[in-house]
Design a protein around this ligand. Structure first.
Ligand SMILES: [Ca+2]
Ligand SMILES: [Ca+2]
Length: 189
């Protein structure tokens, strides 16, 4: 009597447990599917964010490349220009004026292309004489070039004097454009 009861009860226990097991395994596998799905979604989101960042970068690089078709421009504040004489007399009979150019660290004044040097965009530097030295004695080499006094004087021909005028000296070194300014006092005496 006890055995069949036990068997029956065991059976019934088994029977009731079996569907429970089934439902729990099916909810487990459902959870697993959700986990895998959300994992896949996270990966897709991360990949598309990475793709978007790369796309943005490459378009920025393309834009930068199209902007820098010419040589790059150097920061003006790091370029020292010294114009001699400090006071430019329009009536003086000298032949040349002198300009000293000092470049920021990382650039060698030896590599300046003298044929590209212009004062106020128009007056060309003399190819010779030119000299590399340290005119201001600050330990940084500078390039000395000369400009025809008459051509510089013509820049100020119609300007009121005495007055201080800004002069700009620009040119190329390696693949860079350098450009710096200084002030000159212009007089008629
Ligand atoms: Ca000077
Ligand atoms: Ca110097």
């Amino acid at each position: 009597m006890e055995q069949p009861d036990n068997v029956a009860s065991n059976n019934s226990a088994d029977n009731t447990e079996l569907p429970k097991n089934n439902s729990s395994t099916s909810s487990h596998s459902k959870n697993l599917v959700y986990i895998v799905l959300s994992f896949v979604i996270v990966i897709v989101i991360v990949l598309s964010v990475l793709f978007f960042i790369n796309f943005k970068k490459s378009t920025q690089q393309n834009r930068a490349a199209s902007w820098s078709e010419g040589p790059m421009v150097m920061g003006e504040e790091a370029i020292a220009i010294d114009f001699d004489p400090d006071t430019f007399n329009r009536r003086s009979a000298g032949l040349f004026v002198t300009v000293y150019i000092e470049l920021p660290p990382g650039f060698d004044v030896k590599n300046i292309d003298i044929s590209t040097i212009r004062l106020n965009g128009t007056v060309a530097a003399q190819i010779s004489p030119s000299l590399i030295g340290d005119h201001d004695g600050d330990g940084r080499p500078d390039l000395m070039v000369k400009f025809k006094r008459k051509e510089v004087s013509d820049l100020f021909a119609d300007q009121p004097v005495p007055q201080h005028y800004e002069v700009q000296v620009a040119g190329t070194v390696d693949d860079f454009i350098f450009s710096g300014t200084t002030f000159v006092r212009v007089i008629d005496e």
